[in-house]
Design a protein around this ligand. Structure first.
Ligand code: PBG
Ligand code: ZN
Length: 323
C-alpha cells in the first residue's frame, strides 16, 4: 500500500480546488523612478522596460498603471543636485515631494509609498552623513525624520525607511506623531542585506557609494540568526509592515519572519532579480511569464503578504489576458 498523491493532480479543476496560495494584483507594489527635469522618459539600461520619468511625463505612466489595475506604487527620486547631507531628500519642493503632490492631485486613488533614505541625494552615495569614512547613526536619524515628515506633508500614504540606521523607526514614528501623522503607517525595510542584487538599482538611481560599501549598516548574509533582532526592534519601535530584501534568495528568512510575527510581511523582489529574469528571457533561455509567476507564488508561499516587484506591469497584462 502506498499513498497516491497524484489523485489530487488529475485535472486543472482538481488542482485549482486544492491549491491554497492565492495571488492578486492587490498585493503588489510597483516601484517608480522619478527624475528631476523636463520631458524625461529614459529606459534604464540594466533594467529593461523600466524608466526614469520626469513629473511632466508621469501622467501617461499613471494612466497605464491605472488601466492595468495596479493600485500601489513606491517612489524613488533622482535629484538634479546632490550634496554631502542629501538636502534634496528633505526639501519640501524636492522631486519626490512634488511627485507625490502631482499624483495625489491627478490620481488620488493610488496608494503612494515613499522610500525614505539619503543615498539618492548624497554626493558620496551613502545612506547617511559621514565623518571621514564613518557613517554617523544618530546624526543621520535627524535627517531621516525630516525626509519622512516632508513625504508625509506632501501626502504619502506609507513611508518606507531603507537606510538601516539603528533607531530610525522610533525616530520617524516620533516625528510623524508630533506632527499629527499618527495614522500614517511605516513599512520598515527591517531585514535588508548588503547585497549585490541591488546593482541595477544603483545604476537606475545613480546611488552607488563613491567609496567602500554598505556593510557597516546593511546586514551580513552569512548570518542566519540576526534577522529576528532587527524585526523585533522595528516592531517595538512602531513599524507597521516588515520588509525583507532582497526577495528570492532570502525565502528562508521570509518564512522565519512570517512565522514569528503577526504584522504584514513585505518582500522586495529587487532589481538584480528582475534583470536576471529579463536577460535570460530575452535570450530565449526561459519562459518569462512562467518563471515570473512561479517566483511570485514562491514568495507568497514563503509567507510574503506584499510583493514589491518591477514585474508588476507584465503580471497585470498577463492576468488581463487570462493566465
Ligand atoms: C536605498 C534603496 C536601495 C534599494 C531600495 N532602496 C539601494 C541600496 O540600498 O543600495 C534597492 C532596490 C532594488 O535593488 O531594486 N537605500
Ligand atoms: Zn540608501
Amino acid at each position: 500500500m502506498f499513498n497516491r498523491t497524484r489523485r489530487l493532480r488529475s485535472s486543472q479543476t482538481m488542482r485549482n480546488l486544492v491549491k491554497n496560495i492565492d495571488f492578486s494584483l492587490d498585493n503588489l507594489i510597483y516601484p517608480l523612478f522619478i527624475e528631476e527635469g523636463e520631458n524625461i522618459k529614459v529606459e534604464i539600461p540594466s533594467m529593461k522596460e523600466q524608466y526614469r520619468i520626469s513629473i511632466d511625463r508621469l501622467e501617461e505612466e499613471l494612466l497605464e498603471l491605472k488601466d492595468l489595475g495596479i493600485k500601489s506604487i513606491l517612489l524613488f527620486g533622482i535629484p538634479k543636485v546632490k550634496d554631502l547631507v542629501g538636502s534634496e531628500g528633505y526639501n519640501d519642493k524636492g522631486i519626490v515631494q512634488e511627485a507625490i503632490r502631482f499624483i495625489k492631485s491627478k490620481f488620488p486613488d493610488f496608494l503612494v509609498v515613499t522610500d525614505v533614505c539619503l543615498c539618492e541625494y548624497t554626493s558620496h552615495g551613502h545612506c547617511g552623513i559621514l565623518r571621514g569614512e564613518e557613517l554617523l547613526n544618530d546624526e543621520t536619524l535627524k535627517l531621516l525624520q525630516k525626509v519622512a515628515l516632508s513625504h508625509a506633508k506632501a501626502g504619502a500614504d506609507i513611508v518606507a525607511p531603507s537606510d538601516m540606521m539603528d533607531g530610525r523607526i522610533k525616530a520617524i514614528r516620533e516625528t510623524l506623531d508630533e506632527n499629527g501623522f499618527i495614522n500614517l503607517p511605516i513599512m520598515a525595510y527591517s531585514v535588508k542585506y548588503a547585497s549585490a542584487y541591488y546593482g541595477p538599482f544603483r545604476d537606475a538611481a545613480d546611488s552607488a557609494p563613491a567609496f567602500g560599501d554598505r556593510k557597516t549598516y546593511q546586514m551580513d548574509f552569512r548570518n542566519s540568526k540576526d534577522y529576528l533582532i532587527e524585526v523585533e526592534n522595528d516592531i517595538l519601535e512602531g513599524a507597521d509592515i516588515i520588509m525583507v530584501k532582497p526577495g528570492m534568495p532570502y525565502l528562508d528568512v521570509v518564512k522565519g519572519v512570517a512565522d514569528a510575527i503577526s504584522n504584514p510581511v513585505a518582500i522586495y523582489n529587487v532589481s538584480g532579480e528582475y534583470s536576471m529574469v529579463k536577460a535570460a528571457s530575452e535570450n530565449g533561455w526561459i519562459d518569462e511569464e512562467k518563471i515570473v509567476m512561479e517566483n511570485m507564488y514562491a514568495m507568497r508561499r514563503a509567507g510574503a503578504d506584499i510583493i514589491i516587484t518591477y514585474h508588476a506591469k507584465d503580471i497585470a497584462k498577463w492576468i488581463k489576458r487570462g493566465v
